[in-house]
Design a protein around this ligand. Sequence first.
Ligand code: GUN
Length: 286
Amino acid sequence: MAQLIDGKHLSNQVLQDVAAEVERLRAEYDVVPTLAVVLVGEDPASQVYVRNKVKRAKEAGMGSIEHYLGTETTQSDLNQLIDRLNHDPEVHGILVQLPLPSHLNEEEVICAINPVKDVDGFHPLNVGALAAGHASLVPCTPQGCMIMLRQEHPELSGKHAVVVGRSNIVGKPMAALLLQANCTVTIAHSHTKDIESLCRDADIVIAAAGQKGLIDADWIKPGATVIDIGIHAIEVEGKRKLVGDVAFDSVADKAGAITPVPGGVGPMTIACLLLNTTRATRNQLA
Ligand code: GUN
């Protein structure tokens, strides 16, 4: 059975560091790092994510400002709100929960956020900084995955990492971080030929395809490290259950280390969001 990489435990360590930094910022500058969270529409999963982000921010001693907007919100309403948050000196981080309702343009919204308050690290300026290797605000999920990976591999140099998925939120920034850590990186996606044999060659598999149970034991080299970024709600015997992109039971018998779902990447994403919020705050005070 593979070693479980415990996201709950590791995220608590990050959150303790965050709380200590919040306290330092309060003592040094009399400032409370504050995160503004914007949710448009009624997507139930997004509602849960946003609620958890706000809860953890409060627990870490941060300020939080929540904007819940109706599904019918227009692009111009949303742009105006972002403009106000950009100019509010008491707001240090801005997060617009994705996905947005289909009539809204996500790219326009991301570009409207002041890059110094972009705690998701999605603005093109932050994406470019990451690609160039000098990022300050790195997307939260890949950042959390790197902390988990370093737990298993203090030295990542020379490892072959296969990232399955190429989204702007996860796959692409994940590949950039692995490359920066001197991994040999392969990005596989829906047009890739024979993903399975690519994965079988990998020391590290990052599952970010958004397809439940896609990756099973046949895809995994014995002893490899598997990070599961997928999250899907299913029903088993009338009970709701969360599963990832990895067929956990079979892969756990073959892998050297694996992240569970839930309790793996999810809590790390939130912890890194708050870490980014303290970084953004310090950057704005410097
Ligand atoms: N939706 C799913 N993941 C994320 C994330 O990391 N940030 C935002 N803003 N929306 C998301």
